[in-house]
Design a protein around this ligand. Structure first.
Ligand code: F6P
Length: 360
């Protein structure tokens, strides 16, 4: 195996708290092993344009452990392989350009930190001969092969705090309060934050809901003297026989933007129950701010493991959390799939057992 002297690191897809903690761990672990690190800006754009790559030394990553976002920037543009790319140097086939720039920068390997889209692009480049290791990131926690991704714990903590705060108004005004949380294909955030926040109803993409059932749950609470209800709805939840709420349609290579699930539920529940109902969309607030201690440690472990895999020549792998270990799993086994909440997941069953309605 050729000696590893210089590696590149990039972040792609939507940001998640903990990206900077991974970058920091990669830079420090590599530096301590005598390997230089090049930070590539705005995902694979760092391997397309000539002004988007810079050396990262340990002093460049001091103090970023607790910062949200990513010091490298990121893009969430869908499938870049679909069109040629134009730079000040000319127009190129996308993958040819990335391969050429990888050589030009003298890189031995890449650490690609991202969600399903970035990991899928990374896998394509691995198959074209780029030695790389993937690091899974998403607040949605829907990447297969790993029990958790950094960012999820922070998002759940934030959403739980928000639900706690909604209880105040719900109780004071005897209202239904609906909180729309992220979760495009999977209801992990809604389920965990919903249970942690004491929600009465949790609507997730895995279980198509019937709002009449939800309304009945709320009426039953009323009969028992509870004059308010908290509903948590994942953005990707859909009514039985209906579709997800979309604010922007999909374009070629780009998935649709979701939004409106909370508003739709709130309007219908008000009609069905006659109770005053309000909704909030937590949106990107869930992706912002400082990572929790759990996410900082998971991100640091992922970064350290990614460098270890590169030094051992274990490419084409994604680092994964398999408690108590961080292990490599083949990228080919994780791309193109989503880890949804199993219907027999113990937290889901427990939520049902304590009376939470899933609208089914
Ligand atoms: O994948 C994470 C996620 O937060 C999804 O839950 C959400 O649908 C999407 O990103 C929003 O992405 P954007 O920042 O492009 O609006």
């Amino acid at each position: 195996m050729p000696k590893i002297e210089k590696i590149g690191v990039l972040t792609g897809g939507g940001d998640a708290p903990g990206l900077n903690a991974v970058i920091r761990a990669v830079v420090k672990a590599a530096h301590n092993a005598g390997v230089a690190v090049i930070g590539l800006e705005d995902s694979f754009d760092g391997l397309v344009y000539t002004d988007k790559a810079r050396e990262l030394r340990p002093s460049d990553v001091t103090g970023i452990l607790r910062r949200g976002g990513t010091i490298l920037g990121t893009v969430n543009r869908g499938n870049p392989f679909l069109a040629p790319i134009t730079t000040p140097e000319g127009t190129f086939d996308y993958s040819d350009r990335v391969l050429e720039m990888f050589q030009r920068l003298g890189l031995s390997a890449l650490v690609c930190i991202g969600g399903d889209g970035t990991l899928a692009i990374s896998y394509e480049f691995y198959k074209k001969g780029v030695p790389l290791v993937g690091v899974p990131k998403t607040i949605d926690n829907d990447i297969v092969g790993t029990t958790s991704c950094f960012g999820f714990d922070t998002a759940v903590s934030f959403a739980t705090d928000a639900i706690d705060r909604l209880h105040t108004t719900a109780e004071a005004h005897h209202r239904i309060m609906v909180a729309e949380v992220m979760g495009r294909y999977a209801g992990w955030i809604a389920l965990h934050a919903g249970v942690a926040g004491g929600a009465d109803v949790i609507l997730i993409p895995e279980i198509a809901y019937d709002l009449e059932k939800v309304a009945e749950c709320i009426r039953a609470r009323e009969r028992l003297g509870a004059r308010f209800s908290i509903v948590v709805v994942a953005e990707g939840a859909r009514p039985k026989g209906g579709t997800v709420s979309v604010v922007e349609a999909a374009t070629e290579g780009q998935v649709e933007r979701l939004g409106g699930a909370g508003a739709a539920c709130a309007a219908h529940l008000e009609t069905l129950t006659g109770k005053e109902t309000r909704y909030v969309v937590l949106g990107h607030l869930q992706r912002g701010g400082a990572p929790t201690a759990f996410d900082r440690t998971l991100a640091t472990r992922f970064g350290g493991k990614a460098v270890e895999l590169i030094l051992n020549g274990q490419f084409g792998k994604m680092v994964a959390n398999h408690p108590p270990d961080i292990v490599p799993v083949p990228l080919g086994e994780v791309t193109g799939k989503f880890k949804t909440v199993p219907l027999d997941y113990d937290l889901l069953l427990t939520a049902r057992a304590i009376g939470v309605s899933f609208g089914d």
